[in-house]
Design a binder for this molecule. Structure first.
Ligand code: PLP
Length: 361
């Protein structure tokens, strides 16, 4: 099996791929509804929530849109220190919302006190932030930011993009006081792309009821009405729900704590290896992602050539994202990736280093 050390889509276990090959069911049938309910119930454990989880035929970005359409009439604060937060800001403004961007350097975590100061000045209805910035390998201190928001403006809702961390790192929606947390199928959950999952609090739904022009497809009030009947307003991605149902069993069988520990251990291993080779980790200590490591390309490696070398060995890493392309490269360690895969990758990278002087790259 090839090893995709890229931050999504990631490798999918054979039995999960095969779960998709089960025959179709009508989505308005008791048989399908039972599977939908079962998967949604199990998924709640990943979010550490007593609230509902929506399963949506969409990629994760769909829920960036749902958050801004449903949880604010007007005023949104986007905390931004990476490419996916920048996208969220665009999603907010192109949906006609009056959004402000609170910008941090890409190598700086979001600072809770700066968010609190912005809220003191302006009564934002919604604060949004990305838990794990896949572009930089930064894990933002969501818990601290949420605490600061609560202390400053208790009525402000908090939505978190956990697309590249949920299921790989512990995010406690209820204990941290978050109102919406979402992810995509193709990252830490190690499913094929095409499905998005979002947990939404009661007070977020109550707010949504007061917000006009929520649209149709991502209207959380409509989704909730159908969820109560174990269904969705439009046709669900049935094959992906089969796969999700199977994969959640595998995830819960591994145990969430063991799964989080595995991701953290792989992250530490990659960080230590990079530093031992004179390549700093882009994100500061204490804020480094457990699921993807962004490494500064100090030695000026030709990343395309490196990937060609790795692909001969059925492996693949990711170049830096956007403005960080070639200046950094990224090693994802999420989903089905095991510590022994990381060792195989690092061995190949060592081989690349040894060969490199003769390669004129
Ligand atoms: C991948 C990613 C997205 C986009 O997810 P899609 O499923 O491609 O829509 C959004 N946010 C973060 C942090 C991501 O890593």
């Amino acid at each position: 099996m090839p090893h995709m050390f890229v931050p999504g889509p990631v490798d999918v276990a054979d039995e999960v791929l095969q779960a998709q090959a089960q025959p179709m069911l009508p989505h308005r049938s008791p048989e399908y509804e039972a599977i939908h309910r079962r998967a949604a119930e199990k998924a709640r454990q990943l979010f550490f929530t007593r609230h509902r989880v929506f399963l949506m035929a969409s990629s994760g970005t769909g829920f960036q849109e749902a958050a801004v359409r449903n949880l604010a009439r007007e005023r949104i604060l986007v905390c931004a220190n990476g490419a996916f937060a920048e996208r969220w800001f665009q999603v907010a403004t192109t949906n006609g919302k009056n959004a402000d961007k609170l910008t941090f350097e890409w190598d700086e975590p979001i600072a809770a006190e700066v968010v609190a100061a912005a809220l003191q000045k302006t009564p934002y209805e919604l604060v949004v932030l990305v838990h794990n910035e896949t572009s930089t390998g930064m894990q933002n201190p969501v818990r601290e930011v949420a605490e600061a928001v609560r202390a400053t403006r208790p009525d402000t809702l908090i939505a978190v993009d956990a697309v590249s961390s949920l299921g790989g790192a512990k995010i406690e929606m209820d204990a941290w006081g978050l109102d919406m947390v979402f992810t995509s199928s193709q990252k830490c959950l190690a499913l094929p792309p095409g499905l998005a999952l979002a947990a939404v609090s009661d007070r977020a739904l109550q707010k949504a009821e007061t917000v006009p022009d929520r649209g149709w497809y991502f209207d959380l009030v409509r989704l909730e009405k159908h969820r109560l009947k174990d269904s969705t307003p439009a046709t669900p991605a049935i094959s992906l729900i089969y796969a999700l149902d199977r994969q959640l069993d595998r995830i819960l069988e591994e145990g969430l704590d063991a799964r989080f520990a595995r991701h953290a251990a792989m992250a530490r291993r990659v960080q230590t290896w990079a530093e031992a080779h004179g390549m700093p980790v882009f994100a500061p200590e204490g804020y480094r992602s457990h699921t993807v490591t962004t490494i500064v390309n100090t030695h000026d490696w030709d990343i395309a050539a490196l990937n060609a070398f790795l692909m001969e060995r059925e492996m693949r890493i990711a170049n830096g994202y956007g403005p960080l392309k070639n200046k950094t490269f990224r090693i994802a360690h999420m989903g089905e990736t095991q510590p022994h895969h990381i060792e195989e990758l690092l061995t190949a990278l060592e081989e690349f280093i040894r060969q490199r002087p003769s390669r004129k790259s």
